[in-house]
Write a protein that binds this ligand. Structure first.
Ligand code: ADP
Ligand code: MG
Length: 417
């Protein structure tokens, strides 16, 4: 079983390497660096086959080299590079019968794979996995036949197992894993895009509501000033109102910029009344649209520690859900109060509510009941921010009655350095 053991070890190493490649790949933003990483994976994979190669008879060695050669050519392109590397790797094992067989088989294979590549890319996932396996089995078979002709028939008892079955298994596992990794990346990108589109439509809604009004007012005053000569007193008053309105528009823009800007990890003193008011300002257009009455029951002067813009992000997501749960109007209550060193924040709505199952699934990535409109990422972000701030969330809800989110944070403390 020596050969089988070697090949299985090689197989596990290839999978472990693939796993780490995936971890690194997830951090790459550029498509190009992902492609390069894929290439590097297959190059390394070919050389691990060299490490695990076993000599079965004079001049003939068994290993999994055909797998990275075939999959590399199909998935990463560059079939001639992979053929060259495979032949080079075989050269390290000695220039003998097996080497010349490799030269012949892999050069021919490189041409075939090059020719197949664009067809391969158009197949479905299952078909691609299938084609990878079939090609591997066929290549292994041709290699065995060539050995029989050039050298001597392979009489090793494990030959079939180790030279046909294990490579086929390896090809299947690796190609299936690559497909899964790619699929996950695509889904993630799509979701990120959906989130951005939502942010953009939200922004335009706010601009039309909250920026057009001040602008219209300012325009009106400027027209008045230009048409008639008012006394100085009156002029000053007009200009004062116009400036106030412009300030308000500026504030709205600033609110949005806070969310658009990538946030620093800062720990500062957060005045929760101020931040919650800012969040409610931003969401005001949505509240008006849904006919929701907003009630604020604050205890003033409560502060906690954390990153301001992250705190806002967490409550934007939370309160937006509450507003979306009341499409036909209702009441949103935002309440804050202290007990001992704990600061409580309650967000209560009178919306559609949730079942217990829904509550337990909250925060699960991509969990949404809003179909195309939802991303199912909002609560995940909210929970992770609250967790990072060492806060706790308790949720109570009844279907048709509404939902209450009860958050607990520690009061801000000035830590001595
Ligand atoms: P999304 O809003 O994109 O669906 P979220 O992660 O923000 O994603 O919310 C996940 C799900 O949790 C929502 O689809 C909804 O079913 C449920 N949910 C969250 N908040 C409330 C709420 N206040 N009332 C009713 N359902 C809610
Ligand atoms: Mg949401």
């Amino acid at each position: 079983m020596e050969i089988t053991k070697h090949l299985l070890m090689n197989l596990s190493l290839l999978l472990v390497l693939l796993f780490f490649t995936q971890l690194i790949m997830e951090r790459q933003v550029k498509e190009e660096s992902r492609k390069n990483l894929e290439l590097v994976y297959f190059v390394i994979a070919i050389f691990t086959c060299y490490i695990f190669s076993v000599q079965v008879q004079d001049g003939i060695s068994f290993d999994l080299r055909q797998v990275p050669m075939i999959l590399g050519s199909l998935y990463a392109g560059h079939s001639f590079l992979f053929a060259g590397l495979t032949i080079l790797m075989r050269g390290f094992l000695g220039i003998n019968d097996g080497f010349w067989i490799s030269v012949l088989v892999f050069t021919t294979l490189a041409f075939i794979l090059k020719w197949m590549q664009s067809w391969f890319n158009r197949l479905t996932i299952n078909q691609r996995v299938g084609v990878s396996i079939i090609l591997t089995v066929m290549t292994s078979f041709v290699l065995m036949q060539m050995v029989t002709v050039v050298n001597q028939p392979i009489r090793h008892p494990e030959a079939w197992l180790s030279f046909i079955l294990i490579p086929a298994l390896t090809a299947g596992l690796i190609s299936y894993s690559i497909e899964t990794i790619k699929q996950t990346l695509i889904i993630r990108q799509r979701l990120a895009k959906a989130d951005k589109i939502e942010a953009v439509s939200h922004l335009s809604a706010a601009i039309s509501h909250e920026i057009r009004n001040p602008l219209t007012t300012v325009k009106g005053f400027l027209q008045l000033l230009s048409e008639q000569d008012y006394p100085d007193e009156k002029k000053k008053e007009f200009i004062h109102i116009a400036v106030e309105e412009l300030n308000r528009a500026e504030e709205v823009i600033n609110d949005y910029l806070t969310f658009a800007r990538p946030a620093f990890e800062k720990v500062e003193e957060i005045d929760i009344e101020k931040e919650l008011n800012q969040v409610l300002n931003v969401l005001n257009p949505l509240a008006n649209l849904n006919g929701v009455e907003v009630k604020k029951k604050y205890t003033s002067g409560l502060t906690i520690s954390g990153d301001r813009s992250k705190f806002q992000q967490a409550f934007i997501n939370l309160i937006k859900n509450a507003l979306e749960a009341m499409p036909n109007g209702g009441e949103l209550t935002v309440q804050t109060f202290p007990t001992g060193s704990v600061v409580h924040i309650l967000v209560k709505d009178t919306g559609i509510g949730m079942t217990n199952e829904q509550i337990t699934r909250l925060g699960e990535p991509y969990y949404t009941t809003k179909g195309q409109q939802g991303t199912g990422l909002g609560m995940m972000v909210t929970f992770s921010i609250i967790r990072a701030m060492k806060g706790k969330v308790e949720i109570k809800s009844q279907v048709g009655k509404g939902a209450t989110f009860h958050m607990r944070f520690n009061h801000f403390e000035n830590k001595p350095d």
